[in-house]
Design a protein around this ligand. Structure first.
Ligand SMILES: Cc1cc2nc3c(=O)[nH]c(=O)nc-3n(C[C@H](O)[C@H](O)[C@H](O)COP(=O)(O)O)c2cc1C
Length: 367
Protein backbone atom coordinates (compact mmCIF):
# COMPACT_ATOMS: atom_id res chain seq x y z
CA UNK A 1 0.00 0.00 0.00
CA UNK A 2 1.38 3.41 -0.93
CA UNK A 3 -1.31 5.43 -2.63
CA UNK A 4 -3.74 8.08 -1.49
CA UNK A 5 -7.35 7.56 -2.66
CA UNK A 6 -7.85 8.67 -6.26
CA UNK A 7 -9.75 11.88 -6.96
CA UNK A 8 -10.26 11.09 -10.65
CA UNK A 9 -11.03 7.69 -12.11
CA UNK A 10 -8.73 6.10 -14.69
CA UNK A 11 -10.60 4.82 -17.76
CA UNK A 12 -9.54 1.21 -17.15
CA UNK A 13 -11.71 1.03 -14.01
CA UNK A 14 -14.70 -0.72 -15.55
CA UNK A 15 -15.90 -3.38 -13.15
CA UNK A 16 -16.04 -4.37 -9.48
CA UNK A 17 -13.18 -6.75 -10.25
CA UNK A 18 -11.05 -3.80 -11.37
CA UNK A 19 -11.60 -2.14 -7.99
CA UNK A 20 -10.70 -5.37 -6.22
CA UNK A 21 -7.52 -5.63 -8.25
CA UNK A 22 -6.49 -2.04 -7.42
CA UNK A 23 -7.47 -2.16 -3.73
CA UNK A 24 -4.12 -3.56 -2.48
CA UNK A 25 -2.44 -0.32 -3.59
CA UNK A 26 -4.73 1.65 -1.28
CA UNK A 27 -5.05 -0.55 1.80
CA UNK A 28 -2.74 -2.29 4.25
CA UNK A 29 -2.35 -5.97 3.40
CA UNK A 30 -3.50 -6.88 6.91
CA UNK A 31 -6.70 -4.84 6.53
CA UNK A 32 -7.39 -6.34 3.14
CA UNK A 33 -6.98 -9.82 4.61
CA UNK A 34 -9.63 -8.99 7.24
CA UNK A 35 -12.00 -7.60 4.61
CA UNK A 36 -11.54 -10.23 1.94
CA UNK A 37 -11.23 -13.20 4.28
CA UNK A 38 -13.97 -15.58 5.29
CA UNK A 39 -14.35 -17.92 8.20
CA UNK A 40 -12.54 -21.26 8.50
CA UNK A 41 -11.07 -22.60 5.31
CA UNK A 42 -13.27 -20.28 3.21
CA UNK A 43 -15.24 -23.10 1.60
CA UNK A 44 -18.44 -21.04 1.69
CA UNK A 45 -16.67 -17.86 0.61
CA UNK A 46 -15.50 -19.63 -2.56
CA UNK A 47 -18.90 -21.26 -3.11
CA UNK A 48 -20.69 -17.90 -2.95
CA UNK A 49 -18.79 -16.77 -6.02
CA UNK A 50 -18.83 -20.11 -7.83
CA UNK A 51 -22.62 -20.35 -7.51
CA UNK A 52 -23.14 -17.40 -9.85
CA UNK A 53 -20.68 -18.77 -12.38
CA UNK A 54 -22.85 -21.87 -12.87
CA UNK A 55 -25.76 -19.89 -14.34
CA UNK A 56 -26.25 -18.64 -17.88
CA UNK A 57 -28.82 -16.16 -19.16
CA UNK A 58 -31.02 -16.59 -22.24
CA UNK A 59 -31.27 -13.61 -24.58
CA UNK A 60 -34.68 -12.81 -26.09
CA UNK A 61 -35.51 -11.05 -29.34
CA UNK A 62 -37.80 -8.22 -30.39
CA UNK A 63 -39.20 -7.49 -26.96
CA UNK A 64 -40.20 -3.93 -26.20
CA UNK A 65 -37.88 -2.62 -23.49
CA UNK A 66 -38.10 1.02 -24.58
CA UNK A 67 -39.88 2.11 -21.42
CA UNK A 68 -37.78 -0.16 -19.20
CA UNK A 69 -36.69 0.64 -15.67
CA UNK A 70 -34.89 -0.96 -12.74
CA UNK A 71 -37.30 0.70 -10.28
CA UNK A 72 -39.07 -1.31 -7.63
CA UNK A 73 -40.97 -0.99 -4.43
CA UNK A 74 -39.55 -2.59 -1.27
CA UNK A 75 -41.42 -2.54 2.03
CA UNK A 76 -43.82 -0.14 0.35
CA UNK A 77 -41.11 2.39 -0.48
CA UNK A 78 -39.74 3.34 -3.89
CA UNK A 79 -36.21 2.26 -4.87
CA UNK A 80 -34.55 3.28 -8.13
CA UNK A 81 -32.81 -0.06 -8.49
CA UNK A 82 -32.46 -3.34 -6.58
CA UNK A 83 -28.77 -2.98 -5.66
CA UNK A 84 -28.25 -2.03 -2.02
CA UNK A 85 -25.10 -1.38 -0.03
CA UNK A 86 -24.80 -4.19 2.51
CA UNK A 87 -24.01 -3.40 6.14
CA UNK A 88 -20.24 -3.53 6.39
CA UNK A 89 -18.51 -2.66 9.65
CA UNK A 90 -15.65 -0.24 10.31
CA UNK A 91 -15.45 1.45 6.92
CA UNK A 92 -12.79 3.88 8.12
CA UNK A 93 -10.46 0.94 7.67
CA UNK A 94 -10.85 1.50 3.94
CA UNK A 95 -11.00 5.30 3.82
CA UNK A 96 -10.74 8.09 6.42
CA UNK A 97 -14.27 9.28 5.61
CA UNK A 98 -15.61 5.75 6.07
CA UNK A 99 -19.39 5.42 6.13
CA UNK A 100 -19.86 9.15 5.43
CA UNK A 101 -18.34 8.66 1.99
CA UNK A 102 -20.48 5.59 1.36
CA UNK A 103 -23.56 7.55 2.37
CA UNK A 104 -22.68 10.34 -0.07
CA UNK A 105 -22.26 7.77 -2.82
CA UNK A 106 -25.63 6.24 -1.94
CA UNK A 107 -27.28 9.64 -2.30
CA UNK A 108 -25.53 10.36 -5.59
CA UNK A 109 -26.64 7.06 -7.13
CA UNK A 110 -30.09 6.60 -5.56
CA UNK A 111 -28.82 3.51 -3.81
CA UNK A 112 -30.38 2.03 -0.69
CA UNK A 113 -27.93 1.90 2.19
CA UNK A 114 -27.88 -0.47 5.15
CA UNK A 115 -25.72 0.93 7.95
CA UNK A 116 -23.96 -1.49 10.29
CA UNK A 117 -24.31 -1.33 14.07
CA UNK A 118 -20.51 -1.53 13.94
CA UNK A 119 -20.15 1.58 11.80
CA UNK A 120 -17.03 3.63 12.51
CA UNK A 121 -19.19 6.78 12.27
CA UNK A 122 -22.37 7.33 14.27
CA UNK A 123 -25.71 6.47 12.71
CA UNK A 124 -26.80 10.08 13.25
CA UNK A 125 -23.83 11.46 11.31
CA UNK A 126 -24.46 9.04 8.44
CA UNK A 127 -28.16 9.95 8.36
CA UNK A 128 -27.26 13.64 8.14
CA UNK A 129 -24.96 12.92 5.18
CA UNK A 130 -27.42 11.24 2.85
CA UNK A 131 -30.79 11.58 1.24
CA UNK A 132 -30.72 7.91 0.20
CA UNK A 133 -33.19 5.38 1.54
CA UNK A 134 -31.47 4.00 4.62
CA UNK A 135 -31.97 1.04 6.89
CA UNK A 136 -30.16 0.30 10.14
CA UNK A 137 -28.55 -3.09 10.63
CA UNK A 138 -29.00 -4.12 14.24
CA UNK A 139 -26.89 -6.48 16.31
CA UNK A 140 -28.59 -7.38 19.57
CA UNK A 141 -26.45 -6.09 22.41
CA UNK A 142 -25.89 -8.13 25.57
CA UNK A 143 -27.71 -5.36 27.45
CA UNK A 144 -31.36 -4.99 26.39
CA UNK A 145 -31.28 -1.26 27.24
CA UNK A 146 -28.46 -0.70 24.79
CA UNK A 147 -30.38 -2.53 22.05
CA UNK A 148 -33.50 -0.48 22.82
CA UNK A 149 -31.48 2.72 22.69
CA UNK A 150 -29.95 1.83 19.32
CA UNK A 151 -33.43 1.17 17.94
CA UNK A 152 -34.78 4.47 19.24
CA UNK A 153 -31.80 6.34 17.80
CA UNK A 154 -32.28 4.70 14.39
CA UNK A 155 -35.97 5.59 14.43
CA UNK A 156 -35.23 9.18 15.43
CA UNK A 157 -32.53 9.59 12.78
CA UNK A 158 -34.89 8.63 9.96
CA UNK A 159 -33.90 5.07 9.14
CA UNK A 160 -36.95 3.46 7.57
CA UNK A 161 -36.32 -0.18 8.50
CA UNK A 162 -34.23 -2.33 10.80
CA UNK A 163 -32.29 -5.29 9.51
CA UNK A 164 -31.39 -7.55 12.40
CA UNK A 165 -28.49 -9.90 11.70
CA UNK A 166 -28.83 -13.29 13.34
CA UNK A 167 -26.32 -15.54 11.60
CA UNK A 168 -23.31 -14.73 13.74
CA UNK A 169 -24.22 -15.14 17.43
CA UNK A 170 -20.54 -15.91 17.52
CA UNK A 171 -18.32 -14.62 14.74
CA UNK A 172 -15.73 -17.18 13.67
CA UNK A 173 -12.30 -15.63 13.32
CA UNK A 174 -10.87 -15.31 9.86
CA UNK A 175 -7.76 -17.47 9.64
CA UNK A 176 -6.65 -15.32 6.73
CA UNK A 177 -6.81 -12.20 8.91
CA UNK A 178 -5.08 -13.95 11.81
CA UNK A 179 -2.26 -15.19 9.63
CA UNK A 180 -1.82 -11.71 8.18
CA UNK A 181 -1.61 -10.30 11.71
CA UNK A 182 -4.64 -8.03 11.48
CA UNK A 183 -5.44 -5.95 14.56
CA UNK A 184 -8.03 -3.17 14.69
CA UNK A 185 -6.06 0.11 14.51
CA UNK A 186 -6.46 2.40 17.49
CA UNK A 187 -8.85 5.20 16.60
CA UNK A 188 -11.25 2.99 14.67
CA UNK A 189 -14.16 2.02 16.86
CA UNK A 190 -17.80 1.07 16.82
CA UNK A 191 -19.00 4.67 17.11
CA UNK A 192 -22.64 3.74 17.73
CA UNK A 193 -21.74 1.74 20.82
CA UNK A 194 -19.47 4.34 22.39
CA UNK A 195 -21.86 5.37 25.15
CA UNK A 196 -22.88 1.90 26.31
CA UNK A 197 -21.34 0.08 29.24
CA UNK A 198 -19.26 -2.96 28.32
CA UNK A 199 -21.07 -6.21 29.17
CA UNK A 200 -19.97 -7.73 32.48
CA UNK A 201 -17.25 -10.33 32.08
CA UNK A 202 -18.47 -13.87 32.61
CA UNK A 203 -16.49 -16.00 35.00
CA UNK A 204 -15.93 -19.41 33.57
CA UNK A 205 -15.15 -22.35 35.79
CA UNK A 206 -13.22 -25.50 35.00
CA UNK A 207 -15.06 -27.57 32.44
CA UNK A 208 -16.92 -24.56 31.01
CA UNK A 209 -16.62 -23.99 27.31
CA UNK A 210 -15.37 -20.59 26.20
CA UNK A 211 -17.84 -20.83 23.35
CA UNK A 212 -21.00 -22.16 24.98
CA UNK A 213 -20.80 -20.73 28.52
CA UNK A 214 -18.78 -17.75 27.31
CA UNK A 215 -19.63 -16.17 23.97
CA UNK A 216 -22.97 -17.91 23.32
CA UNK A 217 -24.35 -17.12 26.77
CA UNK A 218 -25.55 -13.70 25.60
CA UNK A 219 -26.66 -14.81 22.12
CA UNK A 220 -30.19 -13.70 21.15
CA UNK A 221 -33.06 -16.16 20.96
CA UNK A 222 -36.60 -16.16 19.54
CA UNK A 223 -37.88 -14.22 22.58
CA UNK A 224 -35.47 -11.38 21.82
CA UNK A 225 -36.74 -11.15 18.29
CA UNK A 226 -40.35 -11.12 19.49
CA UNK A 227 -39.42 -8.30 21.86
CA UNK A 228 -37.84 -6.32 19.01
CA UNK A 229 -40.84 -6.76 16.73
CA UNK A 230 -43.12 -5.46 19.48
CA UNK A 231 -40.77 -2.67 20.54
CA UNK A 232 -40.03 -0.88 17.27
CA UNK A 233 -42.39 0.96 14.98
CA UNK A 234 -40.11 0.19 12.03
CA UNK A 235 -40.41 -2.83 9.77
CA UNK A 236 -37.84 -5.46 10.76
CA UNK A 237 -36.00 -7.56 8.21
CA UNK A 238 -33.94 -10.52 9.33
CA UNK A 239 -30.50 -10.98 7.78
CA UNK A 240 -28.66 -14.26 7.69
CA UNK A 241 -31.48 -16.63 6.83
CA UNK A 242 -30.57 -19.93 5.21
CA UNK A 243 -33.06 -22.61 6.23
CA UNK A 244 -36.60 -22.55 4.76
CA UNK A 245 -38.05 -23.56 8.14
CA UNK A 246 -36.44 -20.54 9.80
CA UNK A 247 -37.72 -18.38 6.95
CA UNK A 248 -41.29 -19.57 7.43
CA UNK A 249 -41.16 -19.07 11.20
CA UNK A 250 -39.73 -15.57 10.82
CA UNK A 251 -42.38 -14.67 8.28
CA UNK A 252 -45.12 -15.95 10.58
CA UNK A 253 -43.66 -13.99 13.50
CA UNK A 254 -43.99 -10.73 11.59
CA UNK A 255 -40.61 -10.07 10.02
CA UNK A 256 -41.16 -7.65 7.13
CA UNK A 257 -38.68 -9.47 4.92
CA UNK A 258 -35.56 -11.61 4.95
CA UNK A 259 -32.04 -11.43 3.64
CA UNK A 260 -30.72 -14.77 2.49
CA UNK A 261 -27.10 -14.44 3.48
CA UNK A 262 -24.17 -16.32 4.97
CA UNK A 263 -22.44 -13.06 5.94
CA UNK A 264 -20.30 -13.27 2.82
CA UNK A 265 -18.78 -16.55 3.98
CA UNK A 266 -17.94 -15.10 7.39
CA UNK A 267 -20.45 -17.18 9.39
CA UNK A 268 -20.59 -21.00 9.36
CA UNK A 269 -17.91 -22.25 7.01
CA UNK A 270 -19.09 -25.21 4.97
CA UNK A 271 -22.66 -23.96 4.63
CA UNK A 272 -23.98 -23.68 1.06
CA UNK A 273 -23.67 -20.63 -1.14
CA UNK A 274 -26.36 -18.05 -0.45
CA UNK A 275 -27.52 -18.17 -4.07
CA UNK A 276 -28.01 -21.93 -3.90
CA UNK A 277 -30.29 -21.54 -0.86
CA UNK A 278 -32.43 -18.83 -2.40
CA UNK A 279 -34.91 -20.84 -4.53
CA UNK A 280 -36.04 -23.05 -1.64
CA UNK A 281 -36.56 -20.02 0.57
CA UNK A 282 -38.53 -18.21 -2.11
CA UNK A 283 -40.69 -21.28 -2.46
CA UNK A 284 -41.20 -21.50 1.30
CA UNK A 285 -42.27 -17.86 1.82
CA UNK A 286 -44.35 -17.41 -1.34
CA UNK A 287 -44.06 -15.09 -4.31
CA UNK A 288 -44.90 -11.78 -2.66
CA UNK A 289 -42.72 -11.72 0.45
CA UNK A 290 -39.67 -9.38 0.39
CA UNK A 291 -36.44 -11.38 -0.03
CA UNK A 292 -32.96 -9.97 -0.39
CA UNK A 293 -29.79 -11.85 -1.15
CA UNK A 294 -26.15 -11.12 -0.57
CA UNK A 295 -22.89 -13.02 -0.86
CA UNK A 296 -20.82 -12.97 -4.01
CA UNK A 297 -22.57 -10.20 -5.94
CA UNK A 298 -19.79 -8.78 -8.09
CA UNK A 299 -21.67 -7.56 -11.16
CA UNK A 300 -25.06 -6.51 -12.45
CA UNK A 301 -25.20 -9.91 -14.11
CA UNK A 302 -24.94 -11.56 -10.69
CA UNK A 303 -27.77 -9.35 -9.48
CA UNK A 304 -29.85 -10.36 -12.49
CA UNK A 305 -29.27 -14.05 -11.73
CA UNK A 306 -30.25 -13.55 -8.09
CA UNK A 307 -33.43 -11.79 -9.13
CA UNK A 308 -34.19 -14.63 -11.53
CA UNK A 309 -33.84 -17.11 -8.68
CA UNK A 310 -36.22 -15.27 -6.40
CA UNK A 311 -34.59 -12.21 -4.83
CA UNK A 312 -36.36 -8.85 -4.93
CA UNK A 313 -33.08 -7.05 -4.34
CA UNK A 314 -29.44 -7.78 -3.60
CA UNK A 315 -26.80 -6.30 -1.33
CA UNK A 316 -23.18 -5.67 -2.19
CA UNK A 317 -20.58 -6.24 0.53
CA UNK A 318 -16.83 -6.32 -0.09
CA UNK A 319 -16.85 -4.44 -3.44
CA UNK A 320 -18.00 -1.27 -1.68
CA UNK A 321 -14.89 -1.39 0.53
CA UNK A 322 -12.59 -1.95 -2.44
CA UNK A 323 -14.14 1.03 -4.22
CA UNK A 324 -14.08 3.11 -1.05
CA UNK A 325 -10.37 2.45 -0.58
CA UNK A 326 -9.51 3.24 -4.20
CA UNK A 327 -11.49 6.45 -4.60
CA UNK A 328 -13.70 7.22 -1.58
CA UNK A 329 -17.25 8.41 -2.29
CA UNK A 330 -16.42 8.80 -5.96
CA UNK A 331 -15.36 5.16 -6.15
CA UNK A 332 -18.44 3.79 -4.42
CA UNK A 333 -20.73 5.95 -6.56
CA UNK A 334 -18.93 4.79 -9.70
CA UNK A 335 -19.14 1.15 -8.59
CA UNK A 336 -22.87 1.36 -7.99
CA UNK A 337 -23.39 3.05 -11.33
CA UNK A 338 -21.42 0.32 -13.08
CA UNK A 339 -23.41 -2.43 -11.37
CA UNK A 340 -26.69 -0.75 -12.25
CA UNK A 341 -25.66 -0.34 -15.88
CA UNK A 342 -24.64 -4.00 -16.06
CA UNK A 343 -28.01 -4.99 -14.67
CA UNK A 344 -29.81 -2.78 -17.17
CA UNK A 345 -27.84 -4.34 -20.01
CA UNK A 346 -28.81 -7.86 -18.91
CA UNK A 347 -32.44 -6.79 -18.64
CA UNK A 348 -32.49 -5.22 -22.09
CA UNK A 349 -30.81 -8.16 -23.83
CA UNK A 350 -32.87 -10.76 -21.99
CA UNK A 351 -36.03 -8.85 -22.85
CA UNK A 352 -37.02 -7.82 -19.32
CA UNK A 353 -38.39 -4.28 -19.24
CA UNK A 354 -38.83 -4.29 -15.45
CA UNK A 355 -37.26 -6.11 -12.54
CA UNK A 356 -40.63 -7.75 -11.95
CA UNK A 357 -40.35 -9.58 -15.25
CA UNK A 358 -37.06 -11.28 -14.32
CA UNK A 359 -38.14 -14.83 -13.56
CA UNK A 360 -36.64 -18.28 -13.56
CA UNK A 361 -37.26 -18.60 -17.31
CA UNK A 362 -34.54 -16.03 -18.09
CA UNK A 363 -31.94 -18.58 -17.04
CA UNK A 364 -30.74 -21.21 -19.44
CA UNK A 365 -31.39 -24.79 -18.50
CA UNK A 366 -29.42 -27.35 -20.45
CA UNK A 367 -31.68 -29.93 -22.01
C1 LIG B 1 -15.50 -6.54 6.26
C2 LIG B 1 -16.94 -6.97 6.43
C3 LIG B 1 -17.67 -6.47 7.50
C4 LIG B 1 -19.00 -6.84 7.65
N1 LIG B 1 -19.72 -6.30 8.68
C5 LIG B 1 -21.03 -6.65 8.82
C6 LIG B 1 -21.81 -6.08 9.85
O1 LIG B 1 -21.36 -5.26 10.62
N2 LIG B 1 -23.11 -6.47 9.95
C7 LIG B 1 -23.67 -7.40 9.10
O2 LIG B 1 -24.84 -7.72 9.22
N3 LIG B 1 -22.93 -7.93 8.11
C8 LIG B 1 -21.65 -7.59 7.95
N4 LIG B 1 -20.92 -8.12 6.92
C9 LIG B 1 -21.59 -9.01 5.94
C10 LIG B 1 -22.17 -8.18 4.79
O3 LIG B 1 -23.27 -7.45 5.21
C11 LIG B 1 -22.65 -9.10 3.64
O4 LIG B 1 -23.49 -10.09 4.17
C12 LIG B 1 -21.51 -9.76 2.88
O5 LIG B 1 -20.38 -8.93 2.81
C13 LIG B 1 -21.99 -10.12 1.48
O6 LIG B 1 -21.03 -10.82 0.79
P1 LIG B 1 -20.02 -10.15 -0.27
O7 LIG B 1 -18.95 -9.48 0.53
O8 LIG B 1 -19.52 -11.33 -1.02
O9 LIG B 1 -20.81 -9.18 -1.12
C14 LIG B 1 -19.59 -7.75 6.74
C15 LIG B 1 -18.85 -8.25 5.67
C16 LIG B 1 -17.53 -7.85 5.51
C17 LIG B 1 -16.76 -8.38 4.31
Amino acid sequence: MNSKPLTALPPELLTAADYERLAPQFMEATTLAWINGGSGEEVTLRDNLAAFARHRIMPRLLRDCGGGSTALSLLGRPFHHPLLLAPVAFQQLAHPDGELATAQAAAATDTGLVLSTLSSVTLEAVAAETTAEKWFQLYFQPDRNATADLVRRAEAAGYTALMVTLDTPVQPVSQRALRAGFAMPTGIRAANLAGYAAPPRRTLTTGDSLLFQGMMADAPGWKDLEWLLAFTRLPVLVKGVSHPDDAVRLQALGAAGLAVSNHGGRALDGMPAALDLLPAIRQAVGADYPLLLDGGIRSGRDAFIALALGANAVMVGRPQLHALAVAGALGVAHLMRLLREELELCMALAGCATVYSIGREVLWTQR
